[in-house]
Design a protein around this ligand. Structure first.
Ligand code: ADP
Ligand code: ASP
Ligand code: MG
Length: 408
């Protein structure tokens, strides 16, 4: 007998029919003698609908009330699945985040899980129940409902698996695993049988929405056995997230390509090239609580420098305002920006032992006439910032250049 946590995403619970299908799958595992905890998302589109509703009433919604609103989506699906399980003759009981007690900090709309009281769940499992938990939500120490950020049900699933020391956490979604890149953009993308935690972390943080980044962090930290699978086909083995130490003979040099349109670029032109200038520019940005991603500094012949960095697109206007406010003080000639950029990244642990990845990447983009605006690297990834309109083309040609459509 194993203890399995299964998380189903929005598309997988998008209609009553699909909820009944989920119940069938859960029943199959239960019949095999396993204990099953199910974590659910809201029906697909529901969270977006709720956000739009809020903005109609309050353009800049109060974050505490936003969380009260957003958490309702998952409350609907857990009740419906519990009913569907009962219709199949199983014992089932649903819990919201605050009923379980998934304790989080109070950062509304992007809260972090601090603790999970797993006593009730364990007692129910021992009494033969399927336990159905609302993903994406928790409660802070004052009793206010919180949510974990978009895609947060993945994190609820993995955090519960860690707290319960589950044998496996299965993430059921609308693709049958983690692919070399988003199969919606590159139809030739190939499912990976395994991917290392390190690579999955990079993929998630660089834009692959198949797993929320915090869920991968949790899985790595607590050594949760994590698998991504399709909720629509019964056969596949999906993708297992592994540790690099496990000798992996089929390891390719590049595992995948990630991309995102979530960033914007800001350039401060003509600042004096002297000590402290990076601090004078990024200090006020940090004080405004704006995270910076890629940074680039160029020194001109006339003793001035141009300083460019990227921020999340949601914070672009705020960052520009902050800098316009300090422009005179810094002595900058101009502050400009561009929010039509995209970041494309190639990822692979094999990069550590292979040279030439960057040159292949840059040559491939050059052959398509795609200009690289910024570059950032780590041991296992290379990211470039390019014009947003070339993003899909860049992903497709890089996927081909690194032979990702062929099995390693
Ligand atoms: P869910 O609602 O089940 O949580 P998501 O939409 O959050 O599903 O995540 C699944 C989607 O992630 C897929 O439909 C796919 O378009 C996208 N995706 C992006 N990158 C990848 C990738 N490398 N492998 C698989 N899917 C990816
Ligand atoms: N329903 C939430 C969202 O759309 C959480 C999730 O689906 O993981 O972001
Ligand atoms: Mg998701």
């Amino acid at each position: 007998m194993a203890l399995i946590v299964q998380k189903y995403g929005g598309t997988s619970v998008g209609t009553p029919e699909r909820i009944k299908n989920v119940a069938q799958r859960v029943a199959k595992f239960k019949m095999l003698g396993h204990q099953v905890v199910v974590v659910l998302s809201a029906m697909s589109g529901e969270t977006n609908r709720l956000i739009a509703l809020a903005k109609e009433v309050q353009p800049n919604p109060d974050l505490r009330e936003m969380d009260v609103l957003l958490s309702t989506g998952e409350q609907v699906t857990i009740a419906l699945l519990s009913m569907a399980l009962m219709e199949l003759g199983l014992k089932a009981r649903s819990y919201t985040g605050s009923q379980v007690k998934i304790v989080t900090d109070n950062a509304h709309t992007k809260a972090r899980i601090l603790d999970i009281e797993e006593g009730n769940i364990r007692a129910d499992l021992d009494a033969g129940y399927v336990v159905v938990v609302a993903g994406f939500q928790g409660v802070d120490e004052k009793g206010s409902i919180t949510t974990l950020g978009r895609g947060g049900s993945d994190t609820t699933g993995v955090a519960l698996a860690a707290a319960l020391k589950a044998d496996e956490c299965q993430i059921y979604t609308d693709v049958d695993g983690v692919y070399t890149t988003d199969p919606r953009v590159v139809p030739e993308a190939r499912r990976l049988k395994t991917i290392t935690f390190e690579e999955m972390l990079e993929m998630a943080s660089l834009g692959s929405k198949v797993l929320q980044i915090r869920s991968v962090e949790f899985a790595g930290k607590y050594k949760v056995k994590l698998r991504v699978l399709s909720s629509f086909d019964d056969e596949g083995e999906g993708t297992l997230i592994t540790f690099e130490e496990e000798d992996n003979m089929e390891q390719a040099i590049i595992s995948g390509i990630a991309f995102n349109r979530d960033e914007a670029k800001i350039t401060v032109l003509g600042v004096p090239d002297r000590p402290g200038i990076a601090y004078q520019i990024l200090g006020p940005i940090g004080e405004a609580n704006i995270d910076v991603d890629i940074i680039l500094q160029n020194v001109g012949a006339d003793g001035t420098t141009d300083f460019t960095f990227t921020v999340h697109r949601n914070e672009y206007k705020k960052a520009l305002e902050v800098l316009k406010g300090v422009q005179a003080h810094i002595g900058a000639r101009e502050v400009s920006g561009d929010d039509h950029i995209a970041k494309v990244s190639v990822i692979g642990v094999g990069m550590r032992s292979h040279a030439g990845i960057a040159s292949t990447m840059f040559r491939t983009l050059a052959e398509e006439g795609i200009n690289i605006q910024m570059i950032s690297t780590s041991e296992i990834k290379i990211s470039v910032v390019i014009d947003e309109k070339y993003m899909e083309l860049a992903v497709r040609v890089l996927h081909k250049a690194f032979n990702l459509e062929q099995a390693a």
